[in-house]
Structure formats: structure tokens, C-alpha cells
Design a protein around this ligand. Structure first.
Ligand SMILES: NC(=O)C1=CN([C@@H]2O[C@H](COP(=O)(O)OP(=O)(O)OC[C@H]3O[C@@H](n4cnc5c(N)ncnc54)[C@H](O)[C@@H]3O)[C@@H](O)[C@H]2O)C=CC1
Ligand SMILES: O=C(O)CCC(=O)C(=O)O
Length: 444
């Protein structure tokens, strides 16, 4: 395989999908050497079959707003690869959603799910519908209309969606209700469900907690932990909130959170009571992070990201490409020792280069944020065996999965000078399992 040539070809065949090209380029550049040790892979053109999704569903979603106007949005499901299990991955509702973004997410998900050690393939879906500013009734009608199209393509053994940006417990509940009505069966077709109807304990917390468990493993390699460390968190949604919760629990101090309008800087740290305020603000009132600064009298910076503030650790937890090369240089100059990604692909390629050249601890999302989908996998298991595990049981399993992922990254990513290239480690470890499964299953 010549990675540059494969990428050039994909860009020609699938133009105008920059995020997909970016994700593919990162993986190909790090697996090329390992791939080329296996001439049998190239004989069956494994790389193109792994980069191009198995299939993509694209549909119009029509729904009525509260004023009686008929609205249309686009809906998608990218079923990327099911070599090691049913397609599995979240659904994103955000005005920026397009096919290229979902293809990048589904591609990443395939490697991430492979790393979890659970039997899950990769997929992702979504819509350019934004729940922001919509009433509950509008969100419900949209979710029902979305599922009216999607339901025939998914199923507990086929493709199991979950949440992502703009899709939380409320949206998963509405989609589950509609699927149940259409299919006339009660099944584990979605994860992230409410606890009363098959949801797993710890799923809401899992991505944020898992990121901090992974970070702790990285810090351990340097003989340190979170106590007394100052952290920058971006975002203020599901992943960011539980990231902050776990940092507080383990003795660290979080000084920033953000949303798409700006960030707050609280030098005293976001404590339990302040985090409760944010959770209520974001999950119940669906307000803006600026209101935190108004309540607690701290700094709010409109239209900016938090990466210029001084800290020991950065935890990007909002969205893709939210941390660029210049911001990475500023973080390193300010003494950051670790960056662990809660979001998917939040650091640009230039930012990753800066972190790696500075030899700081840097964990890519597909390793560090795999806790969310891992507990989704555990939710699928609990649904299949019709049992639910305790909070302690699920949390223990999550910790052990994150530890295993860290070990796999160290195994495949340690360089000659001892520096762990977690990007290479995660990509090679994730790739090898999928590749072996594809080889065993023939050309399909
Ligand atoms: N929910 C989950 O279990 C998992 C989520 N992720 C990733 O974590 C990230 C955050 O997802 P969630 O917390 O679930 O979503 P969410 O909808 O609960 O929160 C998203 C947060 O990001 C901010 N945001 C969104 N677009 C932005 C933009 N263009 N600029 C600045 N801020 C922006 C929002 O204001 C909000 O604070 C995403 O990259 C997602 O793909 C990754 C693994 C699992
Ligand atoms: O829980 C899941 O199935 C998907 C989580 C997700 O979308 C992700 O890992 O990016």
C-alpha cells in the first residue's frame, strides 16, 4: 500500500469531504508500515475496502414545527464496517452535519470499537436538524420522523445507534419509542436508553469517566496523577460534564468549560455545586455557558476557545478541529503535560504534530473516548441476557477496558526512544483486529 496514493484516489472519488480525508490520512500514515508487512492484505485490496463505508443511507426527514410549518432536514446513516460485530455508533443532530462529517465519524468508530475488545462494528448517523431552540414537542416530532425512515435499516443484531452531539437521553427515548411502535418489538436497538427501559447504569457518565481513566493510565507512566493538577475542558455537554465530575473526584481542578458561543474561566475551579449548576443549565434549561460567569462572577470570553489559559492538562470535549496548531503551541509553551481527547478528532493534524514533537502525553479520541461506546456494548450485552448490572460492576468493567486500550496503545505505539505514540498505537491495534476478521470472512 502506498498511503499517499490511496488517499489521493479517495479524494478524487469523494471530493468535498475534508473531515473524512483528514481521518483517513491520519490512520493510513500510521498503519502503512504494519500493513506492508502483510502482502496478503494488498492482494485483496483490503485498504480500500476498509476506508470506503459498506453502505450509506440518505433520506429526507419531514416534520411539522409548533407553528404548523412543514420543515425538511436531511437524515443519514453510514454503515462503515461490520467485520467484528453489528454496526455501532452514535447519531448526531447539529446544523453542521453532512455526509463527509458522518463518514469521518463512522471510519473512526470502526477502529475505536475494535479497540474496546467488544464485538462491535463501526457506524454513525445523524441529521442537519438542530435541537437548539426547539420545543420538546418539536424535538419529539423530528425524532419520530427521523426514525420513520431509519428503522428499516437498523436492529439489535444489525446496527445499533446511540447518542452523540445533540442527541442525549431525551432524543434516544423518542427514537426508541418510535422504533418500538414500527417494529412491534421491544429490543436493544439503541443504547443510551433510560434506565427504566433497558439503559445501562454509567452510560451517561462513561465517555467522560473513561477519558479520565485513560488519562490516569498515561499519567501513571510518568509517575504522577491528577492531584493538584489544573485542567482545561472545552464543551459543556455530556462528555464535558462527566469529565469534570471525575477530575473533581480525583483531586484535579477544572478552570474552563465552553460552548459554541465562548468559554468561562474560573480560577477557583468548578466544584461540585458549580457543576450541578452547569448540568441543570445545560440539560434542563438548555441555556448558554455565559450564564455561569454571570452567576459566579468569573471571566467569560465570547467567540473564543479556552486553549490560551495556563494549565497542566487539556481535555478537548466539544467537537472536531477545535484545537489548532497555534493553540497547541500555546498549550505547550504554557507547560501542558497531557492532552486527552473526549471529543472525536478535536485536534487538527498540525496540533497533533506539535504535541508529539514536544513529546508530551497525547491521546487521540478513538482511544481516550472509547469508554462511551464500551458501556454501550455492555448495555447491548445486558439487553441480550435480560439482566442489569450494578453501577460498581459496570464501572469496574469500564476501568478495565480503558486500561486494556492503554496497554494496546503502548504495545503498538512505543517508539525507539521510549516515547509512546498513542495515535500510531491506537490505529495499528484497532486496524489489525478488523483486518484479520475481514481476511477470514473472504471478499464480501
Ligand atoms: N456522547 C458520547 O457518548 C460520545 C461523544 N463523543 C464526542 O464528544 C464530543 C461531544 O459530544 P457530546 O458531549 O455527546 O455532545 P453534547 O451535544 O452533549 O455537547 C456538545 C458540546 O460541544 C459544544 N459544541 C458543539 N459544536 C461546537 C462548535 N462548533 N464549537 C464549539 N463548541 C461546540 C456544544 O456547545 C456542547 O457544549 C463530540 O465530538 C462527540 O462526537 C465521543 C464519544 C462518545
Ligand atoms: O455509544 C455508542 O454507540 C456511540 C458513541 C459514539 O458515538 C462515539 O464513540 O463517538
Amino acid at each position: 500500500m502506498n498511503a499517499a496514493k490511496v488517499l489521493e484516489d479517495l479524494k478524487r472519488r469523494f471530493p468535498n469531504e475534508p473531515e473524512y480525508h483528514q481521518a483517513v490520512e491520519e490512520v493510513l500514515s500510521t498503519i502503512e508500515e504494519e500493513y506492508n508487512k502483510h502482502p496478503e492484505f494488498d492482494k485483496v485490496n483490503l485498504i480500500e475496502r476498509l476506508c470506503i463505508p459498506d453502505r450509506v443511507y440518505q433520506f429526507r426527514v419531514t416534520w411539522m414545527d409548533d407553528k404548523g410549518n412543514i420543515q425538511t432536514n436531511m437524515g443519514y446513516r453510514v454503515q462503515h464496517n461490520n467485520a467484528i460485530g453489528p454496526y455501532k455508533g452514535g447519531i448526531r443532530f447539529h446544523s453542521s452535519v453532512n455526509l463527509g462529517i458522518l463518514k469521518f465519524l463512522a471510519f473512526e468508530q470502526t477502529f475505536k470499537n475494535s479497540l474496546t475488545t467488544l464485538p462491535m462494528g463501526g457506524g454513525k448517523g445523524g441529521s442537519d436538524f438542530s435541537p437548539r431552540g426547539k420545543s420538546n414537542a418539536e424535538v419529539m416530532r423530528f425524532c419520530q420522523a427521523f426514525m420513520l425512515e431509519l428503522w428499516r435499516h437498523i436492529g439489535p443484531e444489525t446496527d445499533v445507534p446511540a447518542g452523540d452531539i445533540g442527541v442525549g437521553g431525551r432524543e434516544v427515548g423518542f427514537m426508541f419509542g418510535m422504533y418500538k411502535k414500527l417494529s412491534h418489538e421491544f429490543s436493544g436497538v439503541l443504547t443510551g436508553k433510560g434506565r427504566e427501559f433497558g439503559g445501562s447504569l454509567i452510560r451517561p457518565e462513561a465517555t467522560g469517566y473513561g477519558n479520565i481513566y485513560f488519562l490516569m493510565e498515561m499519567l501513571k507512566t510518568k509517575g504522577t496523577d491528577l492531584k493538584g493538577k489544573t485542567c482545561l475542558v472545552s464543551g459543556s455537554g455530556n462528555v464535558a460534564q462527566y469529565t469534570v465530575e471525575k477530575v473533581i473526584e480525583l483531586g484535579g481542578k477544572v478552570v474552563t468549560m465552553s460552548d459554541s458561543d465562548g468559554y468561562i474561566y474560573d480560577p477557583d475551579g468548578i466544584d461540585r455545586e458549580k457543576l450541578d449548576f452547569i448540568m441543570e443549565l445545560k440539560n434542563l434549561y438548555r441555556g448558554r455557558i455565559r450564564e455561569y460567569a454571570e452567576k459566579y462572577g468569573c471571566k467569560y470570553v465570547a467567540g473564543a476557545r479556552p486553549w490560551s489559559e495556563k494549565a497542566d492538562i487539556a481535555l478537548p470535549s466539544a467537537t472536531q478541529n477545535e484545537l489548532n496548531g497555534d493553540e497547541a503551541k500555546q498549550l505547550v509553551a504554557n507547560g501542558v503535560i497531557a492532552v486527552s481527547e473526549g471529543a472525536n478528532m478535536p485536534s487538527t493534524p498540525e496540533a497533533i504534530r506539535v504535541f508529539q514533537e514536544a513529546k508530551i502525553l497525547y491521546a487521540p479520541g478513538k482511544a481516550a473516548n472509547a469508554g462511551g461506546v464500551s458501556v454501550s456494548g455492555l448495555e447491548m450485552t445486558q439487553n441480550s441476557i435480560k439482566l442489569s448490572w450494578s453501577q460498581e460492576e459496570v464501572d469496574e468493567k469500564l476501568k478495565s477496558i480503558m486500561k486494556n486500550i492503554h496497554e494496546a496503545c503502548v504495545q503498538y505505539g512505543t517508539e525507539a526512544d521510549g516515547y509512546v505514540n498513542y495515535v500510531k498505537g491506537a490505529n495499528v491495534a484497532g486496524f489489525m483486529k478488523v483486518a484479520k476478521a475481514m481476511m477470514a470472512q473472504g471478499i464480501v
